[in-house]
Design a binder for this molecule. Structure first.
Ligand SMILES: *Cc1c(COP(=O)(O)O)cnc(C)c1O
Length: 293
């Protein structure tokens, strides 16, 4: 069901005033609803849920979560029911935003919980409790990252990507996507992750999914934390979109490209380096209007 979509991802060449080669792999264009990396992360999770004869999947996310949007759609495609545990009990009282309204229209049952309860989303006892409350449910973690997601994200890179590029860049949130890219990468390649949030803990997450060493992660371009922004970031995104007609958002892909262009300007890459930047999507919520600088 997914294969015909994931096999024909367009590339876009970006002309640079430097002796480097840069292409963008436009995962944002693969599907209008399940765009970007989330598609790859869900694939083997939904297949596993189907094979084990679960009738529904359950997952976690914030009000504008790309992962919630993608899960609602993909579960619907697979004929599975879905449950979204949504952070913020106050949201139950308000009109649904477009992300949640769409998820609900696709049959996702929205279950709003307090921020305190939401923090338990990785706790074994809490997950057991959810299992009791929602029997026959396949639970997918927040952001969709688990071993099956890492397996799916390996398929982001084609055979020719392993030959045609020296460096692969991606945005990092929970680390599942970059782990798949690292697993699939060739020994001569380096995978560069641009973290959307602050801190070193993500390195350990990634090491839990891959033993390979040909990668590095920077949080130097996260603008202070998850969903934090800066005027420079917004200016960069606007200029980039005008010049190259590639839409970016300020949470993930904007920070990645901002970081990548900064490294390029500072001669981080040797002459002739062939770079592939993964556009992981994330444009569904039109999040730009929700964040201010
Ligand atoms: C979720 C998301 C990411 C982060 O992926 P992880 O596997 O959680 O690291 C990157 N980019 C976009 C656009 C996303 O929606």
């Amino acid at each position: 069901m997914f294969d015909h979509i994931t096999q024909s991802v367009p590339y876009q060449h970006i002309q640079l005033p430097y002796p480097l080669h840069l292409d963008i792999k436009r995962l944002d264009l693969i599907h209008p609803q399940i765009s970007g990396n989330k598609f790859f992360k869900l694939k083997y999770n939904l297949l596993a849920a189907q094979q084990r004869e679960f009738s529904r999947v359950l997952t976690f996310g914030g009000a504008y979560s790309n992962h919630i949007a993608a899960t609602a759609y993909a579960a619907h495609l697979f004929g599975l029911k879905s449950i979204g545990i949504i952070r913020g009990e106050e949201l139950a009282e308000k009109p649904l935003n477009p992300t949640l309204a769409k998820a609900q229209s696709l049959g996702m049952h929205l279950h709003f919980v307090s921020r305190t309860e939401y923090r338990l989303r990785g706790d074994a006892n809490y997950l057991q409790q959810l299992h009791n409350q929602f029997p026959e449910t396949f639970i997918i973690p927040e952001g969709g990252s688990n071993q099956l997601a890492v397996q799916g994200c390996q398929e982001i890179l084609s055979q020719s990507d392993l030959q045609n590029y020296d460096v692969i860049c991606c945005a990092v949130g929970t680390g599942g996507t970059i782990s798949g890219l690292i697993q699939r990468s060739a020994p001569h390649q380096k995978v560069l992750g641009f973290s959307a949030l602050k801190g070193d803990f993500l390195k350990q997450e990634i090491q839990q999914w891959t033993k390979k060493q040909n990668w590095s992660l920077t949080d130097a371009y996260c603008c202070g934390g998850y969903a934090k922004t800066s005027p420079e970031l917004f200016t960069f995104i606007q200029n980039f979109e005008e010049q190259y007609t590639v839409p970016l958002e300020p949470i993930y892909t904007g920070k990645m490209m901002f970081g990548l262009f900064d490294l390029i300007k500072n001669n981080y890459f040797p002459e002739g380096t062939r770079i592939l930047a993964i556009h992981s999507g994330g444009l569904q919520a039109d999040i730009r209007n929700k964040l201010s600088y």
